[in-house]
Design a protein around this ligand. Structure first.
Ligand code: C2O
Ligand code: CU
Length: 483
């Protein structure tokens, strides 16, 4: 147990504030509890995670359990819930047989807290503990996962949701989070061990065969007519892209990747989420008592499948949907200044059917054949990454607006993620986007072009990579230096 773990841990990993305080300062501490931003001990939500081997019933209690790697024995790991402006502290103890780290996906943390092995920290050795601590500037839906061998560690169950509550939340009746994952399970319900195989790496990544929501096969969701639900979707899958359709309902998108957007319905009613992406929906339950509707994933043509059913209970909550606003207050990112921006081209290459001829590995130009022999299949600006430490792809002056013109030169979709910042997606295929949405992960279709813009206000070396973990491992990863 580490020194700063003086409080009691409940099974959610959260160290109860009350016992933490009572241990230190007795009754008087209770009086300072409501004060935020005052005495540090009273305001730092404090979690303790143990990463270790465990077992869980992914397929429900009546089926065999599955050996997983988990935080505090649970998949997903403990749900972190803090308020915007809080300082968060998480002590991570590694009881795995290999090194690990945690990356706080989408949160604009200081570089040293970003959880990238060797680049921003020494990986956490087996038996060691590392404490992450940082301020949480923005509200929204985020998640956390290792950045060490993500293609295996995340696929084995190491990930969890991180919700930052708004100071003035919108009014809803229920606030639900669905962490979506697809597992590649064998017939005895165990995780297939073919992690990082070259076929997955050079094609679509590790697409699984068993869907879970919050670590369990989905069960019907009981709803009531008139109810307003905020549904936070998090795609924790290695490679699967989801395209959810809510039959009979008109979900409204209110945030992408945690960042507020003008509330709008998805084109054709399909909610598309690439790996690592999040979407917050507001859904008014407009069905009638006793009705049943199926949510389906229709992303892959010919491979549609039902996700779960919404089942209306007998008693309506109210007759008319709420009329209150569902527009979220903006977060705190500085506005990019396109007129004075630095512009850089970033091209993504490689993969099967991509026409990749050569690439750089380290500082050496090699043939595709040699690259494949070294287990690499993808490039950024012609370079296949061989680890997290590398020469920067580009260097941006701190404080400048940076526009990246992204080009997907491959035959595959890629969710491209930037650490330490959120960016506006300002154009796609040369056309300005309608909502200039803030995101931290932009899903690019095969051959698509996109421009993203952000103020490079967070100094350090930041990963910029495809979030299909097999593509990242296969070389589609770079570093953007802000200095
Ligand atoms: Cu969600 Cu570089 O990661
Ligand atoms: Cu990719």
């Amino acid at each position: 147990m580490s020194k700063n773990n003086s409080g009691k841990t409940d099974n959610s990993g959260r160290i109860s504030r009350r016992s933490f305080l009572a241990g230190g300062t007795g009754f008087t501490a209770l009086a300072v509890l409501p004060l935020r931003g005052g005495a540090a001990a009273a305001t730092v939500p404090h979690y303790r995670f143990v990463a270790a081997h465990g077992r869980t019933h992914l397929l429900g209690a009546e089926n065999p359990d599955t050996a997983v790697w988990a935080y505090n024995g649970a998949v997903p790991g403990p749900g972190i819930r803090v308020r915007q402006g809080d300082r968060l502290r998480v002590a991570v103890e590694n009881r795995l047989d290999e090194e690990t780290t945690i990356h706080w996906h989408g949160l604009r943390v200081p570089n040293a807290m970003d959880g990238v092995p060797h680049l921003t920290q020494k990986p956490i050795a087996p038996g060691a503990t590392f404490t992450y601590e940082f301020d949480v500037p923005d509200a929204g839906t985020y998640w956390y996962h290792p950045h060490q061998r993500g293609f295996e560690q995340v696929a084995r169950g190491l990930y969890g949701p991180l919700i930052v509550e708004e100071r003035n939340p919108i009014r809803v009746d229920r606030d639900l989070t669905w962490v979506l994952d697809d597992w590649r399970l064998t017939s005895d319900a165990q995780i297939s061990k073919d992690f990082g195989n070259f076929h997955d790496m050079s094609h679509s990544g590790r697409v699984g065969n068993s869907l879970t929501i919050n670590g369990r096969v989905a069960e019907p969701l009981a709803v009531r007519r008139g109810e307003r639900v905020r549904l936070r979707l998090i795609n924790a899958a290695n490679a699967r892209i989801f395209g959810l359709e809510f039959a009979g309902h008109r979900p409204t998108i209110v945030a992408y990747d945690g960042q507020p957007v003008d509330p709008h319905e998805a084109p054709n009613g399909r909610i598309v989420l690439g790996p690592a992406m999040r979407i917050d929906l507001v859904i008014d339950m407009t069905g009638r008592p006793g009705e049943r509707f199926t949510v389906e994933d229709k992303f892959y043509k010919g491979l549609e499948y039902p996700v779960l059913d919404l089942v209306y209970g007998p008693a309506p909550l109210r007759d008319r949907p709420l009329q209150t606003s569902i527009t979220l207050a903006p977060n705190t990112m500085p506005e990019p200044d396109l007129a004075t921006a630095e512009r850089h081209d970033v091209r993504f290459g490689g993969g099967m059917m991509g026409g990749m001829m050569t690439g750089m590995m380290g500082r050496r130009r090699v043939s595709m054949r040699e690259m494949m022999h070294s287990g690499k299949a993808w490039t950024i600006n012609g370079v296949a990454a061989t680890g997290h430490v590398m020469d920067p792809l580009l260097t941006v002056k701190r404080g400048r607006t940076c526009v990246l013109a992204l080009a997907n030169d491959t035959a595959w979709p890629h969710p491209i993620h930037l650490h330490g910042h959120s960016f506006r997606v300002v154009s796609r295929n040369g056309k300005p986007t309608r909502r200039r949405e803030w995101q931290d992960t932009v899903l690019m279709s095969p051959r698509e072009r996109a421009e993203i813009a952000f103020v490079a206000d967070n100094p350090g070396d930041w990963m910029f990579h495809c979030h299909i973990f097999e593509h990242q491992e296969g070389g589609m990863m770079g570093v953007i230096r802000i200095a």
